[in-house]
Every structure is written in structure tokens, then in C-alpha cells.
Ligand binder design. Structure first.
Ligand code: HEM
Length: 427
């Protein structure tokens, strides 16, 4: 079964999971340049229909989940890295993280994590921007859902090590390493998962003897497993926590990292944020996230769909993946979008979309039914984190040129290719 009418076919283009590419986004950009805004390609035995036209992107965001599934596309991507058993039988899923009281609890945990970060950093020194934000988001996340004692001391360090091995985002940040992961039978990932079960298990025992706060997410996860056979309980709880942590934290950590980088490149903005301009900090977070977006947005077709791209209406059969790529839209859909300008945002929206052929062409957190349910929380967390860190320290960037994203990355928020040292001195 194939797409009808036949779109241009980029026979010379493959995706980084299947072929060696120097620059994953550049390879799709080159195909678009040669074949137009809508084209097909085949990679690793899978068929993809990419679209970048204004109508095509709008149609993409309107695809119904039951016919063209984001959930299935995400699963197929993440399972390249994560052991299959992690997805089986989950009872509390990442999509249920945002009940109203939950967000307040996560933000409270972020404040505690920031205080601990400042203690760890001490009065002066040097730190990598992305190491700093990654450790911070591990700490906030584990305090929010991994149970008593998991965000401090030895347990925390062991969990950080385990989650750095079990990092689902490797599937799109380092797609070129997935063949190796497959060949190893995911041995390292399974060992890391066992470590998570052991540590979380100890904290479940402690919670049962103590109390974890009656309505915390951790408490809800433990409660969801009370009727399971004893031998399944601990693994079930630990796997729910692991999937939530893996699915939620790494893009947020990277986005805070780029926000720090961009603000440090703009000292006037840094000064206003330290003086208390939280609205500017939030707009900086949106702007840095927009520019750092490397997301491949994909939908796995389960039942036939029509995709209107403006110049044609394609019938796309089951088995195909419909996709678009944010870095090819976010910075080029109108003049001047390649520069960092937090003033282009008002609220959560672009202030002026008149130069865009469609507002759907630019985004930080997505459009339509699948747009990010964590956007308000993420922006609040990013604003709090950068404000706290910049107010605690005078920071000086140590990079000689603006950091570059990992070239093979195709998905999520960019990770930096090299080190991004910041030297800091307490204010
Ligand atoms: C700065 C950090 C983040 C960015 C830039 C971001 C970005 C996005 C984007 C662009 C989408 C839409 C993807 C698509 O349409 O294919 C999305 C969806 C989603 N995000 Fe986020 N996200 C962030 C943080 C988080 C966090 C912390 C969570 C925590 C659970 C989260 C959970 C989700 C979920 C569950 C969806 C899928 C919603 C659905 O399918 O209906 N995100 N995110």
C-alpha cells in the first residue's frame, strides 16, 4: 500500500537510526530543498511522508489520534532504547501528571532542589550549564514522584546514574547509537532498571512505615498497585515511576539549559530578571525553547487518513508515518525568526503572526490536541529556576562560540554537542 497520489520520493535520504548522517536535520532540509514541501522517503524499512507546507502542517496537527497515532509513534521511537517490559501494564502514566495540586507540589520540590543545588555549588566555581540543569531536574522529579529519600544523598546519586543510562531521549538525541543498544540486548538499560527497582523498593517500604503525604503522586502510584500480587507490586510501582521520570524530565532540563545560555549571552535581560522581571524570564524560556526545538513530530497511521497539503490531498495508508520537523519551521517560516528575541512572545503566543502563512508553522510546545499538557508547569519551573540561579550567582559564560546542538539529534529539545562551562561567584 502506498500514498496516493504519489508524492516526490527522496530516494537519497535516510534517517539517522538507519544510515550514517552528519547532520540529521540538515539531511531533511536538503531533501525539502530538492523535492519541495511534501515528500516521501523510506528508511530502515519504514515509509515516511514529510510535510512542511502551511496547509500540510495544519492538517498534520488535526490528524485524529485513533487514525494517526502520536502515542504509537512515540512508543516506536522510545522502544529503540528502552526495554519493552517498561511499557507493559503501566497503571499511572506520564499524561496524568498534571492535576492542579500536583503542579504546586512539583514547584515546591523545585524550590527545595534549587536550594540544595546552591549548597552543592558552593560560593564559587565552574559548572557545565547542561549538567547543572539536568541534575536539578532529576532532583525535582525524583522528589516529586520517587518517594521518601530518593532526592538526597546516596540514593539520589545512584538513581541519577541509573537514569542517565536509562535515558529514553538517547533514542532521538543519539539515534546513531541505537543499533548498538539493540545488539547488546539492552543489557545496560535492564541493569539500570533493576537498580531503580531496588532503590524505589526501599523507599516504598519506608513509606509504608512512615507516610508520604496523603495525596502525593508517589502515594497515588503505590495505591494503584495495592491489589496486585505481592511479587508484581514493587516492579509495577518502580516501572511507573521510571517511565514518568524518563518521559518528563530530559527535555525540560535541556530547555532550562538553553534558556540559561541565551540569557547569559544577553546581560541586559539577565539584569532585568535578577531585578524581578518574571514575565521576561518566562518569555526568554519560550524563545530559547523555540530556537532549541529539534522535534520530529510524527504520527503512525493506523487507519487510512487524508492529508491535505494545499496542492494535493494525499491518501495515506496504515503503516506509514506522517511527520514534520520543528527546526525546519521554527526559524525560517518568516523573516527574522532565526534571532533570539523574547519580545516576540506575549502570554504563551507569538505577538505578531501576520508574517506567517499559518500560525501552526512556529511553536515551542506544539499545537492542537497533542500540544504539551506540561507547558504551564514547564514555563513556571523554567522561570523559577533561571531566576533563582541568576539571583544567587554572578555568572560568566566560558564558551568561545555559541554552543551547537548534537548534529545527529532528531527529536526533542537540542542537547549541546560540547561542554558549556559557566563560572560563578555568589552575589
Ligand atoms: C520545556 C520542556 C518541554 C517541551 C519543549 C515540550 C514539548 C512538547 C511538544 C512540542 C509536544 C507535542 C508533540 C507532538 O505534537 O507530537 C509535547 C507533548 C507532550 N508533553 Fe511536553 N514538553 C516539555 C515538557 C514536558 C514535561 C515536563 C512533561 C511531563 C510529563 C511533558 C509531557 C508531555 C506529554 C504527556 C505530551 C503528549 C500529549 C498528548 O499526546 O496529548 N512535557 N511536549
Amino acid at each position: 500500500m502506498t500514498v496516493s497520489p504519489s508524492p516526490p520520493f527522496a530516494a537519497d535520504t535516510g534517517l539517522p537510526w538507519d544510515v550514517a548522517v552528519d547532520d540529521a536535520v540538515g539531511a531533511i532540509a536538503s531533501a525539502r530543498h530538492r523535492y519541495g514541501d511534501t515528500f516521501a522517503l523510506r528508511s530502515g524499512g519504514d515509509n515516511y511522508l514529510f510535510t512542511f507546507s502551511p496547509t500540510g502542517v495544519e492538517s498534520f496537527y488535526a490528524l485524529p489520534e485513533e487514525r494517526a497515532s502520536k502515542g504509537v509513534a512515540d512508543y516506536l521511537m522510545l522502544r529503540r532504547k528502552l526495554p519493552e517490559e517498561l511499557f507493559d501494564g503501566r497503571r499511572v502514566l506520564p499524561g496524568t501528571l498534571f492535576r492542579r495540586d500536583d503542579v504546586a507540589a512539583y514547584l515546591q520540590n523545585l524550590k527545595l532542589a534549587l536550594e540544595r543545588t546552591v549548597t552543592e555549588l558552593g560560593p564559587a566555581g565552574s559548572v557545565d550549564a547542561f549538567d547543572l540543569t539536568r541534575r536539578l531536574s532529576h532532583r525535582m522529579g525524583l522528589a516529586s514522584w520517587a518517594g521518601p529519600g530518593c532526592a538526597v544523598g546516596d540514593k539520589f546519586d545512584r538513581l541519577v546514574t541509573a537514569f542517565d543510562i536509562l535515558d529514553g531521549s538517547d533514542a532521538f538525541v543519539h539515534p546513531d547509537t541505537m543499533a548498538e543498544v539493540e545488539a547488546s540486548g539492552k543489557r545496560a538499560e535492564r541493569a539500570a532498571l533493576d537498580e531503580v527497582v531496588e532503590i524505589v523498593g526501599a523507599s516504598v517500604d519506608r513509606w509504608k512505615g512512615d507516610t508520604g503525604g496523603p495525596d502525593s503522586l508517589f502515594c497515588r502510584i503505590v495505591t494503584a498497585w495495592t491489589d496486585a500480587p505481592a511479587e508484581e507490586q514493587l516492579r509495577g510501582i518502580a516501572f511507573d515511576i521510571a517511565l514518568i521520570h524518563i518521559a518528563s524530565m530530559s527535555n525540560l532540563a535541556a530547555a532550562v539549559g538553553w534558556t540559561m545560555v541565551d540569557i547569559l549571552e544577553h546581560p541586559a535581560a539577565a539584569q532585568r530578571i535578577v531585578a524581578g522581571d518574571a514575565d521576561l524570564a518566562r518569555r526568554c524560556a519560550l524563545e530559547s525553547t523555540r530556537l532549541a526545538q529539534r522535534s520530529i513530530m510524527s504520527r503512525t497511521v493506523l487507519k487510512p487518513v487524508h492529508l491535505d497539503t494545499g496542492d494535493a490531498v494525499y491518501d495515506v495508508p496504515p503503516g506509514w508515518t506522517v511527520a514534520t520537523l520543528l527546526p525546519l519551521l521554527n526559524t525560517t517560516a518568516a523573516p527574522d525568526l532565526d534571532s533570539w528575541d523574547p519580545d516576540r512572545w506575549t502570554g504563551h503566543r507569538l505577538a505578531d503572526v501576520s508574517a506567517l502563512a499559518s500560525p501552526a508553522l512556529v511553536t515551542a510546545f506544539g499545537h492542537g490536541r497533542h500540544s504539551c499538557p506540561a507547558q504551564p508547569f514547564s514555563l513556571a519551573a523554567m522561570t523559577t529556576a533561571v531566576t533563582h540561579l541568576l539571583s544567587s550567582y554572578e555568572m560568566t559564560p566560558g564558551w568561545s562560540a555559541y554552543p551547537r546542538p548534537v548534529p545527529a539529534q532528531i527529536g526533542g529539545v537540542a542537547r549541546a554537542e560540547g561542554r558549556c562551562p559557566i563560572s560563578y561567584q555568589a552575589r
